[in-house]
Design a protein around this ligand. Structure first.
Ligand code: KIV
Length: 267
């Protein structure tokens, strides 16, 4: 975790991107991304759910372990799924601990609020590094009434700032700020020692995070603050259609894809 504190001092912003499997993690890691988040966004991006709420601890553990296997350098942060934290203290500790012990993550991320201050302190005391997450927390979608902007009044922004300070005091090593006004994110960043990592929170955070499907052009719908940096869907579609066509026209498999055992002679 001293690495991320150190990253705040580096000249370039911290880069964080999600991945959910070993193959993508290898690409993201080789590209030099600082932190790989195994986000519960896996629910909508790779598991086909309508939102993140159905993601189970088993799914999160399995995908985190795959990402760890595909990663050599980046810090791997496992996102704790809905209701895996906060229902019961010992269950919370066991669930977060499982991400480190069984899956091999370096840290966990908690969608945060007043209830996670004590939880953060407990986990950090036990040796589980915690990344906090304030602003838009998608696990609260049913209370928020949608994926709406947060911190848009002075009172709401003050609450986020006060929770950010409380999580820093509780020992969180970094803070994700999602879908909050850029001036609020800037003010919070200036008032903390731990790094802030923004998503839809302007350019003055210490780092940026996006969902890999949005970056790569694999999402059906993108949030307004995301940017598509490639068209992987088009490349995948072209590859799959070329394969189908090659099989259907008989050009695949060719001689170089097959072998003949001259000694085998079946009647
Ligand atoms: O689950 C996720 O991918 C996240 C990021 C959007 C921060 O929490």
């Amino acid at each position: 975790m001293t690495t991320t504190r150190g990253l705040r001092e580096q000249e370039t912003p911290i880069t964080m991107l999600t991945a959910y499997d070993a193959l993508t993690a290898r690409i993201v890691d080789d590209a030099g991304i600082d932190i790989i988040l195994v986000g519960d966004s896996m629910g909508t991006t790779v598991l086909g759910y309508d939102d993140t709420l159905p993601v189970t601890l088993d799914e999160a553990t399995s995908h985190t372990a795959a990402v760890v296997r595909g990663t050599d350098n980046a810090l791997v942060v496992a996102d704790m799924p809905f209701l895996s934290v906060g229902v019961d203290e010992s269950e919370t500790v066991r669930n977060a601990g499982r991400m480190l012990k069984a899956a091999g993550a370096d840290a966990v991320k908690l969608e945060s609020g007043p209830h996670t201050v004590e939880i953060t302190e407990r986990l950090v005391h036990l040796g589980i590094p915690v990344m906090a997450h304030l602003g838009l927390t998608p696990q609260h979608v049913n209370q928020l009434g949608g994926y709406t902007r947060q911190g848009t009044t002075t009172e709401a922004a003050e609450e986020i700032l006060s929770l950010a300070r409380a999580h820093e005091d509780a020992g969180a090593f970094a803070l994700v700020l999602e879908h909050v006004p850029a001036n609020v994110a800037e003010r919070i960043t200036k008032s903390l020692e731990i790094p802030t990592i923004g998503i839809g929170a302007g350019a003055d955070c210490d780092g940026q995070v996006l969902v890999s499907a949005d970056v790569m052009g694999l999402s059906e719908r993108q949030p307004p603050f995301a940017e598509q940096f490639g068209d992987v869907e088009a490349a995948m579609t072209e590859a799959v259609e070329s394969y189908r066509s090659a099989v259907e026209t008989g050009s695949f498999p060719a001689a170089e894809h097959s072998h003949i055992e001259a000694d085998v002679d079946l009647e």
